[in-house]
Design a protein around this ligand. Structure first.
Ligand code: ADP
Ligand code: MG
Length: 807
């Protein structure tokens, strides 16, 4: 069979594909396989049939990786290719009448399409996008042209600085890191093995000025490369002088258009079956066709004030930047938009809430002092400050909306208790909402204890309402709330039920807020006439981040621990000393104490994590602590099962509680003196600190053992940071610096809308957006002016989405 280029490639391919079909898709129709056949001939074909470039490239793309597909997948590809040969593939129904489909090529001739493309059109309006391609794009979260416009490149390859291979040796000095790109011809491909048995691919790459070795520790690459092929390689050089080489660089086929352009090229996220070049063509097409129709939501004046480029410029430079600085400027503009929309929503909520009429609570100062004097301790300065901020809000005729942040053990409860007491004193009711029954019980007991020192007649009537409150008690509690004889109620979600009615609810306190969504906050509010709301959280968040996460709330911070606390002693334990860590735990238990063991974090899913935790629990029970009573807690257990095991642990029936990260929230077990955290390096520092807060709540010395098999320097540094400070806010900041906000917040608990461009570390952009949001809403609270309508729509879209996520 001849594969010469003088033959019509389409006829040739059709014959071969029919043959491949008859042979059962074994990739035997062409010597060396279909992919090679196409790759080998592509350049020749392109030279000979330039008008068919798009089709040829589409065909070539289809056969990439063909050899590695299953026969079933190959069958699909062959059908697809035959359809391309017929000229009917990928063409949306309304376009089938057009004979030739002009296809956009990266950075070449402008694309002509018969009708304008709207940003919100489905991707299938773009040339060359059929249902299969659409499915692949959907896996990337791309369904509309707009999604393509906003598809963020993972990084860029900089071909503006392509270095002649002969100069590379002089480029690198010992000890220096140099990243650069070269373009050359593959002259030799070998698969070798290191002495340790790892297979790697070694290639010689040649241009007119010299040759350089390139190695990849990925044997698969050998199958993608071919001698004589021209590729572009980009990455870090290792070695120096004559011994310089590339190790595991990025690479891609050096396409003519890319080389001519000598550009900075985007590298996109991909999915199975989708190639860089295809995505590049699509974003190019999307930019060419849809940018003219895309509205810039920022009014020009606002753009100027913040020195931001236009949206069209930003998107062009996001994908095909002229310089890396331009790409950064583009990112900043897009980040600003994200922050702005988020802040507009938050500030709008806050303003709307504050504008409502609320209940002004007259503050009985003398009574407050009586209460404070009755406590067995003095409030810390930070507690006092936070309390005063809260009382000032309560006295206003507008509802409070405040977040009280304080490290574990900083004494938030007593602050809330004082506020609730003054509300009671003024003749109103207060509700305290906890995320679990055990926490609700704990609060109930704490409150009862705190109010105990008050003169008999002045104590408020406090009640507890949870899912397990017996039916007959429930009746009298509901009656007491409705009539107003109960002035402070502590409870769980049960408080949110329809039948719970208050006589005069004036304050709602929500503890450990991250378990509750915006909607629950709303439900609780609706139970009174705009009650004041105080949200408490023990997750220390740097101020910058609090602005984003809780920008609809005012912020009070308790940044000081009560005096005389014994700090929890924290040790980093390498995996090989695990046995000693277990011995340590055992000794604490022999002293009559209890222990937590936290299982490693499993990101994939809660189900997998639950399985892993169960296995670890069984192993510990069988092999390490066969004589002790262990309990297991994980996220897949029902709330009832969780409560049950927590209660048994609290009541001392269990020696050790083996748990996943679900144990995090404010449970108080004074007899627990040691917490052993497995796979500690996988958790955020703030989270480790939260775990650590589970112990050290009694009078006995307490310990936190961070067990880690990780040997990297960063892992060690992070854990040492936890060991070295007990300041939660300081750790949160370090964590934010080290891991970035996404990681910092953890995937499961952030509740943050997806930020694509904005980085929470980018404080200046965040603050600019916050200021802009406040200015805008001052002028135009409803964003009703015509120039603000696009922004208003974005805000609405974002918030409808996030609220839907909560429910
Ligand atoms: P958290 O902020 O974690 O909710 P708590 O309110 O549970 O902290 O307080 C932790 C413990 O510290 C409680 O036993 C509480 O009685 C005690 N406490 C609170 N404030 C003070 C203080 N100013 N001085 C001494 N102990 C205090
Ligand atoms: Mg608490």
């Amino acid at each position: 069979m001849t594969t010469g280029t003088s033959q019509d490639p389409f006829q040739l391919l059709r014959r071969i594909l029919e043959l491949e079909k008859r042979k059962g898709f074994q990739d035997t129709a062409a010597a060396g396989g279909l992919e090679r056949l196409v790759a080998r001939n592509l350049l020749g074909w392109l030279a000979e049939f330039p008008s068919q470039k798009a089709r040829l490239q589409e065909l070539a793309a289809l056969f990439r990786g063909y050899a590695d597909r299953s026969p079933a997948a190959r069958a699909e590809l062959v059908e697809k290719a035959l359809a391309v040969l017929d000229g009917s593939a990928s063409v949306p129904a309304e376009q089938t009448r057009r004979p030739a489909r002009p296809r956009p090529a990266a950075r070449t001739a402008p694309v002509r399409v018969d009708r304008a493309v709207e940003p919100d059109d489905p991707v299938t309006v773009l040339p060359g996008v059929g249902s299969q391609r659409a499915r692949q794009l959907e896996a990337l979260g791309v369904t509309t042209v707009r999604d393509l416009l906003f598809l963020v490149p993972r990084r860029y390859l900089d071909y503006t600085q392509v270095v002649p291979i002969g100069r590379l040796g002089r480029l690198v000095r010992p000890g220096e890191e140099v990243t650069c790109s070269v373009i050359g011809e593959v002259v030799q491909i070998e698969t070798r093995e290191t002495s340790g048995g790892r297979r790697y691919v070694s290639v010689q790459l040649r241009d007119e000025t010299g040759t350089i070795p390139v190695i990849w520790f990925n044997p698969y690459i050998a199958r993608q490369l071919e001698a004589g092929q021209r590729i572009a390689v980009s990455g870090r050089l290792e070695g120096h002088g004559p011994y310089v080489r590339f190790r595991n660089p990025e690479w891609e086929p050096a396409e003519a258009e890319l080389l001519q352009a000598g550009r900075i090229v985007p590298v996109y996220p991909l999915t199975q079956g989708l190639y860089q070049r295809q995505v590049r063509q699509l974003t190019r097409a999307a930019l060419d066709l849809a940018l003219p129709r895309l509205e810039d939501p920022l009014p020009p004046a606002l753009r100027e004030r913040n020195r931001l480029p236009s949206l069209a410029w930003a998107l062009e430079q996001l994908h095909y930047p002229e310089t890396l600085a331009a790409a950064e400027r583009a990112r900043r503009r897009l980040a600003f938009d994200e922050f702005l929309v988020l802040q507009l929503g938050l500030v709008q909520r806050r303003l709307a809430w504050h504008a409502q009429a609320g209940i002004a609570i007259p503050i009985d100062r003398a009574f407050l002092e009586t209460f404070l004097a009755s406590l067995p301790f003095q409030l810390t300065g930070a507690q006092r400050r936070a309390l005063e901020e809260i009382l000032a809000d309560l006295a206003e005729p507008h509802p409070m909306s405040r977040l009280l942040q304080g490290d574990v053990g900083s004494g938030k409860t007593v602050v809330a208790a004082a506020a609730a007491l003054l509300v009671h004193r003024a003749g109103y009711q207060a509700a305290i909402l906890a995320p679990t029954e055990i926490l609700a019980e704990q609060h109930f007991r704490t409150l009862t204890r705190l109010y105990h020192g008050l003169p008999g007649g002045e104590r408020p009537l406090v009640a507890l309402l949870t899912g397990s409150t017996p039916e007959r008690d429930r009746g009298s509690i509901l009656a007491g709330l409705a009539s107003g004889t109960i002035s402070i109620i502590v409870g769980t979600h049960a408080l949110l039920e329809e039948r719970v009615q208050f006589r005069r609810l004036a304050l709602a306190v929500i503890d450990e807020q991250h378990r509750f969504g915006v909607l629950q906050r709303h439900t609780l509010r609706s139970k009174g006439e705009n009650p004041h709301v105080l949200v408490m959280t023990a997750t220390p968040i740097p101020r910058s981040l609090a602005l984003v996460l809780h920008g609809d709330l005012d912020l009070s911070i308790i940044d000081e621990l009560p005096p005389g606390r014994q700090p929890v002693k924290t040790y980093v334990v390498p995996g090989r000393k695990r046995t000693q860590a277990y011995e340590f735990v055992r000794r604490e238990i022999e002293k009559g104490h209890q222990a937590f063991i936290i299982c490693p974090l499993v990101e994939e899913s809660e189900a997998i994590e639950a399985r892993a935790a169960t296995a670890e629990y069984e192993r510990l029970q069988r092999e390490v602590f066969p004589d002790l009573r262990l309990g297991l807690l994980h996220g897949r257990m029902s709330p009832r099962e969780k409560e049950d095991v927590m209660t048994r642990f609290r009541d001392g029936e269990l020696h050790i509680l083996v748990s996943t990260a679900v144990v995090e929230v404010g449970i108080d077990i004074p007899n627990a003196t040691v917490i052993l955290i497995e796979g500690a390096e996988r958790f955020g520092l703030a989270q480790l600190h939260q775990f650590r807060g589970r112990v050290g709540r009694g009078s006995a010395p307490s310990y936190c053992l961070l067990v880690s098999d990780a040997s990297t320097e960063t892992a060690r540094q992070r854990l040492e940071a936890v060991a070295s400070t007990t300041d939660g806010f300081r750790l949160a900041e370090i964590d934010l610096e080290l891991r970035g906000p996404g990681e910092f917040l953890g995937t499961r608990q952030s509740g943050l809308p997806n930020l694509r461009f904005a980085s929470l570390a980018d404080l200046s952009t965040l603050q600019a957006a916050r200021r802009t949001a406040e200015d805008l809403l001052r002028q135009d609270p409803l964003l009703a002016a015509p120039e603000h309508v696009p922004l208003a729509e974005l805000v609405r879209a974002l918030w409808t989405r996030s609220v839907a996520d909560v429910s």
